[in-house]
Design a protein around this ligand. Structure first.
Ligand SMILES: CSCCC(=O)/C(O)=C/O
Ligand SMILES: [Fe+2]
Length: 196
């Protein structure tokens, strides 16, 4: 499977659950790319993933050797990622864990692209589609995702309650999140204009 993404229900039950519709309504890589969301799965070797599309290359990322992975180095160089750090999200490792999880799950946008590379564990990113419906994207070890600046989104752990992720930026990191509503921001208007 290229990607596991799906429309979610509006239940208030635990955010860590999959919240699939019945029957499941999957979302393809292509549909995500139309929203400006680019996703690359470790095991993909020939699919037209965002990086392959941009470079016509076909390398394989390996989260086990992220400190010296030539493929990751190449991506950083090609995409201009100059900043990276690592966040471990679980109860014992992350200061103010509950508060941070609550913050990550508030619907928000950023001025910059959100680029995350999952080094271990699992998590979900939720993004809004053009009709303002939530799409849930399952992330696991070796997956890399880019959410465009201006897209409304949120993040949650899944029921395993653990993930370790690399956060990448072009230039200095800007962590500020603008919670919805942020429709008057230029970056939001620019994002909406980019959809067709
Ligand atoms: C996996 S990194 C934590 C989540 C985060 O930084 C963010 O902005 C979520 O939208
Ligand atoms: Fe975010």
């Amino acid at each position: 499977m290229d990607i596991d993404a799906w429309y979610i229900n509006s239940s208030d039950e635990d955010q860590r659950k999959p919240h699939r519709l019945e029957p499941n309504k999957p979302v393809s890589l292509d549909e995500l790319e139309k929203l400006g969301v680019f996703y690359r799965k470790k095991s993909l070797s020939s699919a037209s993933t965002w990086y392959n599309l941009q470079t016509s290359q076909d390398g394989t990322l390996d989260a086990d050797i992220y400190e010296s992975d030539p493929e990751l180095e190449k991506i950083c160089k090609d995409q201009g990622y100059t900043y990276m750090d690592i966040i471990t999200i679980n109860k014992d490792a992350l200061p103010n864990y509950e508060e941070k999880l609550k913050m990550f799950f508030e619907e928000h946008l950023h001025m910059d692209d959100e680029i995350r590379y999952i080094l271990d564990g699992r998590a979900y990113f939720d993004v809004r589609d053009k009709e303002d419906r939530w799409i849930r994207i399952a992330m696991s070890k070796g997956d890399l995702i880019t959410l465009p600046s201006g897209i409304y989104h949120r993040f949650t752990l899944d029921e395993t309650n653990y993930t370790k992720a690399m956060r990448l930026f072009v230039g200095e990191p800007v962590w500020k999140a603008y919670n919805r509503p942020a429709d008057d921001l230029e970056i939001r208007k620019k994002y909406l204009d980019s959809l067709h």
